[in-house]
Ligand binder design. Structure first.
Ligand SMILES: Cc1cc2nc3c(=O)[nH]c(=O)nc-3n(C[C@H](O)[C@H](O)[C@H](O)COP(=O)(O)OP(=O)(O)OC[C@H]3O[C@@H](n4cnc5c(N)ncnc54)[C@H](O)[C@@H]3O)c2cc1C
Length: 530
C-alpha cells in the first residue's frame, strides 16, 4: 500500500466544520480531503434557518443555554451548553467580518427568526432561507486565499489507521472508485468533520454523501460513540417523492404557517400549547402519525406568508415549484424525515475523541450540546464553536512547519457499494429505527443490518454505514425509555432524574447485535424493503 506522511494537519470533510477548522488553524499547514468540490455534498450549504445566537441586548447566552437544555430533554451537558452559547456572538461577528451578508434592519441590527423551543427570536439568517449557502460561499472564498491550506477534492476517507488507542493515519480512495486499494495518509493530527448520519435513512433531508461514514470509521478504529440513538426527525420535509426530501424550514412556522391535514384541519393545537412551534420531536411525531393514518399532512403558508414566500424563502419556493406545488396558492405536502444526528464521536471541550491523534467536530461529533433533541439552529453554531476549539487545541501541540503539498497517486477503477444494498439498509433504518420505535422493530433491524453486512461488508464504505446503523439501533434498543427525539411506543415514559448519556463502542454494539441475530436467525424477515 502507498503511504504518504505529511507535517500538515489532515482535515477530513468539506462542510462548515472542516472549512472553519482550516481557517482557524492558520498559519499551521493543513490538507483538506473533500469528496466533492468544497461545500457541495455537505449539509452545511443546505442549511436554511440560520445560526442561533443571542445578538439582541434583550437576549442573553444564559437564556440561550437554558433553552438548549430544556429542548435536550435532560441529557444536555450544562458546561457544554454554556461554553457554546457564550461563544455564539463572537462567531457571528467573525462570520460577518469574513464576508457573510446576514440580514440586517435599517439600523444595521441583525434580523433574527423565531424557531421552535427558543424563548425569543434568536436565529440570524441570510435572505430568508439562504444561510448555509451564503456562509459557505463566504468562508470558501476566504479559504482559497490562504496559502497554508491545501485542498484535495475528489478523494474520500474509507478508514482510519489505529491501534485501538491512537489514530496515526487515514485511508483515502478516489470518490469515483472507493473500492480500490486505498492510499494511507499520515498527518500531524487528524480531524474528522464528515457530517452526520441522517442520510442512512430512506426518508431524509440530508445530502446523499451524509451517511454516517465518519462515525462508522471512527467506531471501527475503536472510538467511543455517544448518544447514537438520538436522531432528530424534521416534521416538515417536503413530501413530493424526491430523495433526499427538500426541507420546508421551521422559520416558516415561525412566520405563522400552520400544519393541516387533508380535511384542512389544524392538528397541532390539540397536541401542544405551542402548537406548530412545539419542540421539534413533538411536531415530528404528530406529522408522522398523520401520515400513517393517511391524513396527508401539509404546511399551509398561504394566509401567514402569501406571495412573500417567493422572495423570503426562495429555496422552499423553488423546491415546491419544480414539483408542481405553488405554495402561494396550495398547501405544501410534508412528512417527517431523518434530519440531524445528535449522537456521534464522543468529544471533550477541545474536540478530542477517545483516541489520541483524532479530533472531531461538527455533526460527526457528539459534544453533549444537544442531548436528546437539538434546539433549532444550534447545529451550525456547534460546528463553528468546536471547529475553533479543535484548531486551538491542535495548534497548541504543534509548531508551524514548512510543509510541501501532499501528492497522492490515487488509483482508479474501483466500485461503489452495491446501491441495492444501500437502499435496503436505508429502508431498514426508516422502518425499524425511525420516528416511533419498539423493541421488536429494533431487534429485527439489527438482524437485517447483520445480514446486509455479511453479504456486502467487503466494501469499506458499506461497512462504515452498517457500523453507524448498528450503533444507532443498539443504543435505541438499550434505552428503554422515551426521551426527546427517541420515542419507544413500548416504553413511552421518560425515566425520572437527569438523562443518562449513552456511550458505546462498536464492539459492544456488535456483541448485542450478534446475540440478537443468533436468537432470531431463523425468523429474519426477507431482505426486500417492507
Ligand atoms: C436541509 C438542512 C437544513 C438545515 N438547516 C440548519 C439550520 O438552519 N441551522 C442549523 O444550525 N443547522 C441546520 N442543519 C444542520 C446543519 O446544516 C449541519 O449540522 C451542519 O452543517 C454540519 O456541518 P458539518 O461540517 O459537520 O457537516 P457537513 O456540512 O454535512 O459536511 C460534511 C462533509 O464531509 C464530507 N464527507 C462525508 N463523508 C466523507 C468521507 N468518507 N471522506 C471525506 N469527506 C467526507 C462531505 O462531503 C461534506 O463535505 C440543516 C441540515 C440540513 C440537511
Amino acid at each position: 500500500m502507498q503511504t504518504v506522511s505529511t507535517p500538515r494537519v489532515v482535515i477530513i470533510g468539506g462542510g462548515l466544520a472542516a472549512v472553519y477548522t482550516a481557517l482557524k488553524l492558520e498559519p499551521h499547514p493543513v490538507v483538506m480531503i473533500s469528496p466533492e468540490p468544497l461545500g457541495s455534498g455537505a449539509s452545511s450549504a443546505w442549511a436554511q434557518g440560520g445560526v442561533a445566537a443571542a445578538m439582541d441586548p434583550s437576549d442573553s447566552p444564559e437564556a440561550h443555554a437554558r433553552d438548549t437544555m430544556r429542548a435536550g430533554a435532560g441529557s444536555v451537558l450544562q458546561e457544554v451548553a454554556e461554553f457554546v452559547t457564550r461563544a455564539a456572538r463572537d462567531h457571528i461577528l467573525d462570520l460577518s467580518d469574513l464576508g457573510t451578508g446576514f440580514d440586517r434592519d435599517a439600523e444595521g441590527g441583525f434580523i433574527q427568526s423565531q424557531e421552535a423551543a427558543h424563548s425569543v427570536a434568536r436565529v440570524v439568517r441570510v435572505k430568508g432561507d439562504q444561510a448555509g449557502a451564503e456562509i459557505m460561499r463566504a468562508l470558501i472564498a476566504e479559504l482559497r486565499r490562504r496559502a497554508s491550506v491545501q485542498v484535495i477534492e475528489g478523494a474520500l476517507a474509507v478508514g482510519l489507521e489505529s491501534d485501538g488507542a491512537k489514530v496515526s493515519g487515514v485511508y483515502l480512495a478516489p470518490t469515483d472508485a472507493p473500492g480500490t486499494e486505498p492510499v494511507l495518509l499520515r498527518g500531524a493530527a487528524h480531524v474528522l468533520a464528515t457530517g452526520g448520519s441522517a442520510g442512512l435513512y430512506a426518508r431524509t433531508t440530508n445530502p446523499a454523501r451524509i451517511r454516517g461514514q465518519g462515525i462508522g470509521m471512527a467506531a471501527r478504529a475503536g472510538a467511543r460513540i455517544a448518544d447514537a440513538e438520538f436522531i432528530q426527525f424534521h416534521p416538515t420535509a417536503i413530501d413530493v417523492g424526491e430523495d433526499p426530501m427538500p426541507l420546508a424550514t421551521e422559520a416558516l412556522r415561525g412566520e405563522g404557517a400552520v400544519l393541516i391535514n387533508r380535511h384542512g384541519e389544524r392538528f397541532m393545537q390539540s397536541i401542544h400549547p405551542d402548537a406548530e412551534l412545539a419542540p421539534r420531536d413533538v411536531v415530528a411525531r404528530a406529522v408522522y402519525l398523520e401520515t400513517k393514518a393517511g391524513n396527508r399532512p401539509a404546511l399551509d403558508t398561504r394566509a401567514a406568508i402569501g406571495v412573500a414566500i417567493r422572495s423570503q424563502f426562495p429555496a422552499v419556493t423553488e423546491a415546491c415549484l419544480r414539483n408542481g406545488v405553488d405554495p402561494v396558492t396550495q398547501p405544501i405536502p410534508v412528512a417527517a424525515a431523518a434530519h440531524y444526528h445528535m449522537g456521534g464521536v464522543a468529544t471533550d471541550l477541545n474536540g478530542r475523541s477517545s483516541l489520541t491523534g483524532l479530533w472531531a467536530c461538527g455533526e460527526a461529533a457528539s459534544t453533549g450540546l444537544h442531548g436528546a433533541n437539538r434546539l433549532a439552529s444550534n447545529g451550525l453554531l456547534e460546528a463553528l464553536v468546536f471547529a475553533r476549539a479543535c484548531a486551538r487545541d491542535i495548534a497548541g501541540t504543534l509548531t508551524v512547519a514548512d510543509a510541501p503539498e501532499v501528492r497522492l497517486g490515487l488509483p482508479s477503477g474501483g466500485t461503489e457499494p452495491d446501491p441495492q444494498a444501500v437502499a435496503e439498509l436505508r429502508q431498514v433504518m426508516t422502518d425499524g429505527v425511525g420516528v416511533v420505535r419498539d423493541a421488536d422493530g429494533l431487534r429485527r433491524a439489527l438482524g437485517r443490518i447483520a445480514v446486509l453486512e455479511s453479504l456486502h461488508g467487503q466494501s469499506h464504505l458499506f461497512r462504515n454505514m452498517t457500523a453507524t446503523a448498528t450503533l444507532i439501533a443498539a443504543a435505541a434498543l438499550m434505552r428503554t425509555e422515551s426521551r426527546g427525539a427517541h420515542y419507544r411506543s413500548d416504553c413511552p415514559v421518560t425515566a425520572e432524574g437527569p438523562g443518562r448519556r449513552s456511550d458505546l463502542t462498536l464492539d459492544e454494539a456488535v456483541a448485542l447485535r450478534s446475540k440478537i441475530f443468533k436468537e432470531t436467525a431463523k425468523c429474519i424477515m426477507p431482505l426486500s424493503p417492507t
